[in-house]
Design a protein around this ligand. Structure first.
Ligand code: PLP
Length: 413
């Protein structure tokens, strides 16, 4: 699983970074709805999976395939499926595994959209039990005979709780269910969850993987290591004959195809080219976040929450699981909502926008935006208070960003 070359070299020259039809150095954008054939027999074979080929973009497309292969190589999986958004990836993966009557165990401090999805799944008879802290003990305590999956975020957005992947994977496997992780905020640069025992990795590629803020997307990668028990995971029973490919084939030929959540070819291209610079961007983004956190820590009337600060409760994971990095998000407790707004409005460079992972620094007041529809308990569990500011660091020059934030903090007094 360990790459033979460095991360950036692997990204640009890896196994899957070649071999497009006309020797292009990037995958061509197959911006088509359908593919045509010389005769009906050929198309019949494609539909019957008797010959390789594409028929219709919602079912498969070479630009999507190039992007999928590249992320799959990066994560070390057996295959990947790209989706129209991160939420499409999360919902497709869960619906492929769970059906009415089944249960999911999840951590409480998840991204608000995922919490909303779990609420929607309740209406389909899929129940989620939440752990305040998702760890081995809580997974063991909450497991029932109905449990079919454990779901967590590697670094939660914006609470910045870190999932102990090894420990939670162990507990999930004792319960004979897969651990599905949303690794959007960690990115494959900071950690590769399969190394620690996760079974399925999901990314919202709209964030760091794309990086340019120009394409919504999501991806699901399967490690191929989970041993499905088809008596237990009856949702996959029809795909038993595919063995370790059962989950990917259930997804590709059922749920993903039928829910219609494919990635647009242009978005696959933009995400593919964005991914090429992931290593460079993450290096700079994490350095900027670390520098800003340390600078803001000196301002006595605010509080900063960032993983590389020794005061952070999950600080030890920076070395043990995150390759020495703290990621691109930090939060500031400004003291009051009014002051939080004041600081945000005073910023010169940071853009007020509802996104993370852009190469531009972005800032938002989550309580009045992302969590406006969540109840008080969900909001607190996400580490969001009335005075919280979320900052998603970009690749600007650190001095400018530090100056921007420290001036705004001081002027807001
Ligand atoms: N997962 C995390 C951690 C996120 O932050 C987000 C979006 O902010 C999503 C999933 C959903 O991704 P998308 O907006 O691409 O649907």
């Amino acid at each position: 699983m360990e790459p033979e070359c460095g991360f950036n070299t692997g990204l640009l020259h890896g196994r899957t970074a070649r071999g497009y039809g006309q020797r292009e150095i990037l995958p061509p954008i197959s911006q088509v709805t359908a593919f045509c054939y010389e005769n009906m027999e050929e198309l019949e074979k494609v539909f019957a999976h008797k010959s390789m080929g594409y028929a219709y973009t919602r079912i498969g497309n070479p630009t999507l395939a190039a992007f999928e292969q590249k992320i799959n190589e990066l994560e070390g999986g057996i295959g990947a499926i790209s989706c129209s958004s991160g939420m499409s990836a999360i919902s497709s993966a869960l619906l492929s595994i769970c059906q009415s009557g089944d249960e999911i165990i999840a951590g409480r401090g998840l991204y608000g959209g995922t919490i909303d999805l779990f609420r929607d799944l309740e209406k389909l008879g899929i129940h989620t039990v939440f752990a305040d802290v998702l760890d081995g003990a809580s997974v063991r305590r909450l497991t029932t005979e109905k449990t079919r999956a454990v779901f967590g975020e590697v670094i939660s957005n914006p609470s910045l709780n870190v999932l102990d992947i090894r420990e939670v994977a162990e507990a999930a496997h004792e319960a004979e269910v897969p651990l599905i992780v949303d690794s959007t905020t960690a990115t494959p640069y900071i950690t590769r969850p399969f190394i620690y025992g996760a079974d399925i990795v999901i990314h919202s590629t709209s964030k760091y993987i794309n990086g340019g803020g120009n394409a919504i997307g999501g991806i699901i990668v399967d490690s191929g290591r989970f041993k499905w028990d088809f008596e237990k995971h009856t949702a996959l029973a029809g795909h038993k004959k595919f063995g370790k490919m059962a989950f990917l084939l259930r997804l590709r030929t059922d749920l993903w195809e039928n829910l219609g959540g494919c990635m647009a070819p242009m978005n696959a291209f933009l995400s593919y080219t964005g991914l090429d610079t992931l290593g460079l961007r993450m290096e700079k983004i994490c350095a900027n976040a670390d520098a800003l956190a340390h600078a803001l820590e000196k301002e006595k009337d605010i509080k900063v929450n960032y993983l590389t600060l020794p005061s952070h409760p999950y600080h030890s994971y920076v070395e043990s699981q995150l390759g020495g990095y703290g990621g691109g998000i930090l939060t500031i407790s400004a003291g009051s909502k009014e002051r939080a707004f004041k600081i945000i409005n005073l910023l010169k460079y940071a853009l007020i926008a509802s996104n993370i992972g852009d190469m531009r620094t972005l800032v938002i007041h989550p309580a009045s935006t992302l969590y406006i529809h969540s109840d008080a308990e969900e909001t607190r569990a996400a580490g969001v208070y009335d005075d919280t500011i979320r900052v998603s660091l970009g690749i600007e020059d650190a001095e400018d960003i530090i100056e921007d934030f420290t001036s705004a903090v001081r002027e807001s007094r």
